[in-house]
Design a protein around this ligand. Structure first.
Ligand code: HEM
Length: 644
């Protein structure tokens, strides 16, 4: 039966290439007045004629790891998503579920065909990741011409919602040490380590000689013998706000009050809600004692830095506000109904922001339109595709989407209502410390900072706050190097080289380094040629970061292609996607029309005390994108949720 389904799935992928003409959302202020910038937007692999997307995996290969996991029993009439994402797809209930495995859309490249990192064509090791980082990806201040730090920050919110790898551990469950605590290289490298050594001629000449990088846990760690291995994913793949609600029933329950549908919270200054404190500070939170603020939420990375906590608190406040509003309209609804309806509505609003505001900024509006990614203006979308696997793709999470690490600002602005910067805090002073969020009116100041501070441009430059000082101990000067981790992670994940992704995405196979110059400047191609021995050796992450950006997009050709594929699957492969009609969890049309009024500016106004905001939340404030009073933004009317 499974084989039949898989054959059907393959046919269905082909059928997808018939692009339909649907009227897409054009009215949202986010992009109005923008000139058509990409006259010939490329098509993502799922929509291409398969012969043009060379190397795109057959569904049989995609499904292999699904046989590693017990098949959940589903209630096909359920109106709400499960907490762990299971049973979203009723034919393949494991798709998108937490604690399963990522999928590949292109054949893995491991040197032994199973799990050992790729080597150069000559058989030698690939060039040192840190050497690549310091040669090609230095720290240069190059602000974005268009976007504020909210764009980057929202991107990380989506990343944490949809992907979390786990590190391999020792057989007794303790952490693997891949680099000695004093920064020296261990005599014998433990088996499950990726070690990033620091060359002696390193321009930043840190004292340490290595970074500790345990490999990501994979299917073999679950006793599941597939070849090549696939990496475990600890959160749901769907865009479902799992970073707020949790990716399993136990976490989700621990975050609920079980009264009026609300989530637990602690009260901060002026009686405002903040995420609850964890009972004991964890290693994810670098605080002095258990009494210090260290937030609990659906995702363990909530305390990574203040602004990711700010975004999660905004979602928390939104959920609890929606519970209050729904309770007023439907006084008879019990706790469970209120929790699920508020969660469903919040996810709908958030998905609308993702596809109406974020995706056009990331991929380009013309590209998003050509690939059916923009929301419809009216009516239901009926294109749920039960054969499309929405599980997070390794080449997206291990390379393409990490490119936004380039947009991180080294300092975070706190800004007052007059849009004056009141203080600037250094990112590496606040890694794993979020207590600052809940002092005075800092929450509002961080929110205004996100809206008004220009972000770093998407390019080959990274702030040294993440490439030299990542997770720096506040009393020390040195930290880790995120870009080296990203490069090494691609090898850990078995990502094939850049040349393979070129072909998958409709570009020609490069025979010489100079063939890369269709996407990458000659200067950067020459640097790649000086680092790598062969054109087929070049890491996807390294070359993808160097590609010239596509018109209107924040990404170059291949990163746009892989990211487009991912957002396409997260939409058309999600049975509970907010725009779909005819599903057990569908909104009514009058409800959907209200959700379409959502904008990120509105959500930020609703969940903070800021008084004014620009309408296009991701664009810096300008004469075309002026501040307007929060009270002037169109609001959702929840009357259609009234039950008679
Ligand atoms: C201050 C901001 C950020 C910091 C400090 C940060 C830090 C990190 C760290 C430490 C990792 C794990 C690296 C590894 O061991 O492989 C990671 C992974 C990742 N980051 Fe970021 N990041 C930030 C912003 C972003 C943004 C803006 C995006 C995308 C829009 C993003 C996307 C990702 C993705 C997709 C992963 C892989 C997640 C996984 O596989 O578990 N990050 N980041």
């Amino acid at each position: 039966e499974l084989q039949n389904k898989e054959n059907e799935l393959y046919t269905d992928l082909n059928r997808n290439s018939e692009i339909q003409t649907i009227q897409y959302e054009e009215t949202h202020n986010c992009m109005s007045g923008e000139l058509i910038s990409d006259l010939n937007p490329s098509i993502i692999p799922s929509l291409m004629d398969p012969s043009n997307s060379v190397g795109f995996l057959q569904p049989q290969d995609i499904d292999l790891a699904d046989r590693c996991f017990p098949k959940p029993v589903c209630d096909s009439t359920a109106k709400y998503r499960t907490m762990n994402g299971s049973c979203n797809n009723l034919l393949f209930p494991i798709w998108g579920q937490s604690n399963s495995a990522n999928i590949r859309i292109i054949q893995a490249d491991y040197s032994d065909g199973k799990n050992q990192p790729r080597r150069a064509k000559s058989g030698k090791p690939l060039p040192n990741a840190r050497k690549i980082r310091t040669t090609l990806f230095p720290s240069v201040d190059n602000p974005s011409p268009k976007y504020n730090t909210l764009f980057m920050q929202f991107g990380q919110t989506v990343a944490h919602d949809t992907e979390l790898i786990l590190s391999k551990v020792l057989s007794n469950g303790s952490d693997l040490e891949c680099c000695n605590p004093d920064g020296s290289t261990p005599k014998i490298l433990p088996r499950d380590c990726l070690q990033i050594t620091i060359p002696h001629d390193d321009p930043d000449s840190p004292k340490r000689r290595c970074f500790s990088t345990p490999r990501a846990a994979d299917t073999a760690d679950l006793g599941c013998d597939i070849k090549p291995v696939r990496q475990q994913i600890a959160v749901t793949s769907f865009i479902d706000a799992s970073l707020l609600y949790g990716s399993n029933d136990i976490t989700a329950r621990s975050l609920r009050t079980f009264s009026n549908g609300k989530l637990r919270r602690q009260l901060g200054p002026k009686g405002k809600s903040y995420l609850p404190n964890v009972k004991q500070a964890t290693k994810e939170c670098n605080v002095v004692n258990d009494g210090t603020v260290c937030y609990a939420s659906g995702d363990v990375r909530v305390n990574q830095h203040p602004n990711i906590a700010v975004q999660t608190i905004s979602l928390l406040r939104l959920h609890n506000m929606l519970c209050d509003d729904l309770k007023k309209i439907n006084p008879s609804w019990d706790d469970e109904r209120l929790y699920q309806e508020a969660r469903k509505l919040l996810i709908g609003m958030y998905q609308h922001v993702v596809y109406n505001e974020f995706v056009p900024g990331l991929l380009g509006k013309d590209y998003a339109r050509a690939n059916k990614l923009l929301p419809l203006k009216k009516g239901f979308n009926m294109d749920y595709d039960k054969f499309l696997n929405p599980t997070t793709i390794t080449s997206f999470t291990g390379a393409a989407y990490r490119s936004l690490h380039s947009e991180i600002q080294g300092f975070m602005d706190l800004v007052n209502e007059a849009r004056k910067v009141t203080s600037k805090i250094r990112l590496s002073d606040f890694f794993l410390r979020t207590d600052i969020v809940q002092r005075g009116d800092n929450y509002d100041s961080f929110t205004r900072g996100l809206l008004s501070q220009i972000t770093q441009d998407q390019d080959q430059f990274f702030t040294s706050e993440v490439s030299e000082h990542l997770f720096r101990d506040p009393n020390k000067t040195e930290g880790f190097d995120l870009v080296s981790f990203d490069l090494e992670r691609g090898r850990d994940f078995g990502e094939p080289s850049y040349n393979k992704f070129r072909q998958l995405c409709g570009l020609s196979e490069a025979k010489t380094f100079d063939d890369f110059t269709d996407q990458i400047t000659k200067k950067n191609v020459d640097t790649l040629a000086s680092l790598y021995e062969h054109v087929d050796d070049v890491d996807f992450y390294a070359a993808g970061l160097l590609e010239k950006l596509k018109p209107g997009s924040s990404l170059g050709h291949t990163f746009q292609c892989i990211s487009g594929e991912m957002f396409f699957r997260w939409k058309f492969g999600d049975r509970f996607f907010y725009e779909f009609g005819n599903q057990t969890g569908s909104f009514r049309l009058d409800q959907l029309d209200e959700i379409r009024k959502t904008s990120l500016s509105l959500i930020l106004c609703m969940t903070s005390d800021i008084q004014s905001v620009q309408r296009n939340a991701f664009d810096v404030i300008s004469s075309q994108n002026k501040l307007v009073p929060c009270s002037s933004l169109p609001k959702l009317n929840l009357d259609p949720w009234k039950e008679f």
